[in-house]
Ligand binder design. Sequence first.
Ligand code: PEP
Ligand code: MG
Length: 589
Amino acid sequence: MRRGIAVSPGVTVGTAYCIHEVFVKPNAEKLVGPAIVHELARFENARRRSIDDVRLLQQKVQKQVGKDAAAIFAVHETILQDAALVGKVRHWIQHEGISAQEALSRLLDFYKRVLSGTGDEYLQERIDDLRDVIMRLSSYLSEALQQDSGALDGPIIVVADELLPSQVVMLGTRSVNGIVTQAGSQTSHAAIIARSRGIPAVSGVSGILRQTKTGDTIVVDGREGHVIINPDSETEAAYRKLEREFVDLRDQLAHNRDLPCRTADGIELEILANINGVGDCRNATAMGACGVGLYRTEYLYLTHPSVPDEEEQVENYRAVLKAAPNHQLTIRTLDIGGDKTVPFLGRNHREANPFMGWRSIRLSFEHPEFFSTQIRAILRAAAPSRAMPKARVQLLFPMVTNLEELRRLHALVNRNKQALRQQKKPYGEVAFGMMVEVPAAAVMMDQLIGAVDFVSIGSNDLVQYLMAADRDNPKVSHLCQPLAPPVLRVLSNVIGICSKANRSVTLCGEMAGQPLAFMLLLGMGLRRFSMSPHFVPSIKELAAHITIEQSEAILKKCLKQTTTKKIKSLLKDQLLKVAPQLEPLLTEQ
Ligand code: PEP
Ligand code: MG
């Protein structure tokens, strides 16, 4: 049994499907004769297509973002044209009969070994570039992961280092029942994706890729954070029973989707969904969310082959608005940097502390035209439409730190409205909101509140900054806890100030969908919660079984505690009292 961090609840047993950095077909036989010639031609074809790609990317990024940002693609082209590098791959295919992908995998390992020992930052960055190029080549060589995994029967359990957006796209409609990753934690890509699809997942399991091979039977326990490779038959049977219980509970709770969301004493709540794209809107509707409280637009950029231009963005936002439950949509501007990067932004600039560095609006401010394109697209998507008379779009800015930034953002929005008027392009009025995820903003909430229409608390980041514990580092996950006493104090304060100022306040971090945290947030006066769609039915269930008075009483008790452990244990007792049927959904977090 291997231990990791429980990041998405549920239990599943299935067949492992390992995704290595460069996808290599398991047990591929040595190539001979014409197969070698064919493989060389495939490699050459992938190389040509990749060169075309990076040239196009360079032009597009130069036009839409700037010359400096586009320079990275010239570097990528140099790598694709490098005679020594290309020669090595060809040599291995020709003389050792290995596939092009295996040769690329070997090439990456070779340069990682050679360059990582130097400790030279410049060379380190070149490894990142080489990795990007190899991933691009590999995507042409593997066509679709979907086809390669087609040989395995039934749903798969993905085992990867970290699940990249490009890999998720490649998985397509393949049925994935579980996810296990070596890196990451509660709030990393893989975790967010797993939760948005309602898939049990465990992260931070070091070395799992070395210990598992495709085809192994694997148990994923997303409540306890356990992974078992090739369990004995008794263990497997026990976990299959748990899996059935989990699925039954999920099906049962799905009936809640049409119920209005209110507490046991009749107080109305808004349960909204966090989404990454139009596909998630269908989930949000199916699960009974009453709107979209957070559209993370990063995925639009991360999964785009180049850079989405204004028209493409307008089209995307309109499609999302159309698909969003009740046509209620909060769009967050690009939050890139930190753990999420796109090759053309912030990558040619290595930082010691990326989470505390150049991310989100800090980065967007330095590319004003690029930033404005997104703001204009959001304003245009909000233009009144007869087909959706009740539609509402809200504009949300991430990582706001101080009042100066809010003033700058207002000026930028106004300038873009003016530009749209001049261009005679229709746009709509949008509410202006800030995310509270930087402790400085939380501390100054009373001063900032006057400058915004609404607030959305990003507890994933707020917790990591408050506790000075990286949200993606499993070594400090015991500190990065949303139920820690200092976090509760800060949240209570922020929610109180917003309510007093009569401003709408939502919490859209992962804790909104966690039953224990939900009870406390309710007690703090929060009435709008935004979460991965799959948590909506269980939160509705819990809400229906708890009164405001009960939640206030448990909050009062918890605020007096000095340790996270005690708070969790009090909350667990309370949950088992009011809604014991939800026990299978509790994670060790
Ligand atoms: C957060 O920080 O809580 C949040 C919702 O944003 P993200 O997880 O995308 O950083
Ligand atoms: Mg955040």
